[in-house]
Write a protein that binds this ligand. Structure first.
Ligand code: HEC
Ligand code: HEC
Length: 383
């Protein structure tokens, strides 16, 4: 499919402009991947009138943006009648307003910004349902607490190491390029805790096989497992309480899953991304060196601790018609496993959730059956 099919309905001619904005924002515009008709949001869901021409998994990302940008829960816009069919109803005014907003947003970018996606839901809403029209005097004189950096890295200051230098230092920090190249598989077990009412530990199991196969299984004895798989070509998420039981990944979401699987193996770090550039930044008051690059239509930013050289944060970002979908993983507690330093704790945060992982057991270079990475079945209760 070419860019012109990824339309925002009712906004004639916006599609190409949006594709151009994506190319701009990601620095290097790979053409949108073929999206099979049967997985387009308008064919998977019952009542999609504006966010058409994107895959169902990309569509779910836009719902995360809606929630994060406006601070509204799913059910403030959707009818909660105990089934997903309620989500297709148009009974609630905010849902109808949100649809109109998609058109307004696309129109502003098209009319006044040459089609670049510079205004999004978040530009006006800033996390609230009613955008403020007046600057707040209180805020004006309050200390700034939020991280003001956006998706694209700031230009490198003179003297910032190059991407190649930062990645070489990382390889050295984990145990050397040769040891990294010797890592053929990885099996980890531990616990995860969710966010909010879900904050009690449950088992997690991870299997990964070089160069790029990976499966993460979050066990849940009550509601069923949450499984994310990338088999080297395709990716899926099987999880309970989702509108689609087994969601197949497409487009930039698939590109991001591929990058994440590849970057599980330190030896891939220099080849996983294209168009790499470096910069520097701060995380928790520590200087970090950043490397940003592309994987197809996904943008990936890696932050390395300046002192230790280890990876401390990985951010992946994918374009959507209403802004970029972000997910961030923060790594900690690097320990040595068979001569390689690997993280034992990490936190993954995205627009509508956060999960903490803590590994208790990690083995490398054990045999992993290729069948592990098969397409998962629908979620079923654990034992
Ligand atoms: C600010 C309002 C808003 C919020 C918040 C919101 N949605 Fe939506 N949702 C919409 C709109 C508008 C549509 C229809 C889009 C269209 O017509 O293109 C929609 C459509 C959907 C659909 C397709 C339903 C069907 O069968 O037609 C699903 C599923 C969905 N949303 C899930 C969610 C989930 C899950 C959340 C919370 C993470 C969420 N939404 C948050 C406004 C919202
Ligand atoms: C150019 C600024 C702007 C952009 C961009 C924008 N909005 Fe709005 N939005 C507003 C304003 C202003 C209001 C309040 C309108 C009013 O009071 O009549 C509003 C109201 C809303 C409401 C109603 C809230 C309620 O509690 O009833 C929803 C829902 C909403 N916007 C969703 C979105 C979504 C989703 C997007 C992105 C697709 C978006 N908006 C983009 C300015 C914007």
């Amino acid at each position: 499919m070419n860019g012109s099919k990824r339309t925002i309905c009712g906004v004639g001619g916006t599609a190409l402009a949006w594709a151009a904005a994506v190319a701009l924002a990601s620095g290097q515009g790979a053409p949108p991947a073929q999206i099979p008709r049967e997985v387009l949001a308008e064919n998977v869901f019952k009542n999609v009138t504006v966010l058409r021409g994107i895959s169902a998994d990309e569509f779910m990302g836009t719902m995360g943006i809606f929630s994060a940008a406006t601070g509204m829960n799913c059910t403030e816009c959707h009818v909660d009648n105990g089934t997903w069919a309620g989500y297709a109803l148009d009974d609630k005014a905010p849902k109808r307003t949100a649809r109109r907003m998609v058109t307004i947003m696309a129109e502003i970018n098209k009319q006044y910004f040459g089609g670049r996606q510079v205004v999004t839901c978040f530009s006006c809403h800033r996390g609230g349902n009613r955008p403020r029209a007046t600057p707040s005097i209180t805020q004006l004189y309050s200390p700034v607490t939020v991280d003001e950096l956006d998706v694209l890295l700031p230009p490198a200051l003179p003297g910032t190491p190059t991407a190649a230098q930062i990645l070489d230092k990382y390889l050295q920090a984990v145990g050397g390029a040769q040891r990294a190249a010797g890592l053929t598989s990885y099996v980890a077990k531990g616990t995860y805790t969710g966010y909010g009412p879900e904050n009690f530990p449950r088992p997690v199991e991870i299997w990964a096989k070089a160069p790029n196969q990976k499966i993460v299984v979050l066990r849940d004895p009550m509601s069923g497992d949450n499984v994310t798989v990338f088999d080297g070509r395709s990716g899926w998420i099987s999880a309970p309480f989702r509108p689609i039981d087994v969601l197949e990944l497409h487009g930039a979401e698939l590109d991001a899953a591929r990058a994440e699987a590849e970057l599980t193996f330190p030896a891939n770090i220099k080849q996983a991304l294209t168009n790499m550039r470096s910069s520097s930044d701060f995380i928790n008051n520590r200087t970090v060196l950043a490397v940003q690059g592309n994987k197809g239509n996904a943008l990936v930013t890696m932050y390395f601790d300046e002192e230790s050289g280890l990876l401390s944060r990985l951010v992946r970002s994918t374009p959507s018609p209403v802004g970029r979908v972000m997910a961030q993983t923060d790594y900690a507690d690097y320990r040595e496993v068979a001569g390689l330093r690997l993280p034992f704790r990490w936190t993954t945060s995205w627009f509508d959730g956060r999960t903490n992982f803590e590994m208790s057991d990690m083995q490398t270079n054990v045999a992993v059956d290729a069948a592990r990475f098969a397409k998962p079945g629908p979620p079923k209760p654990y034992k």
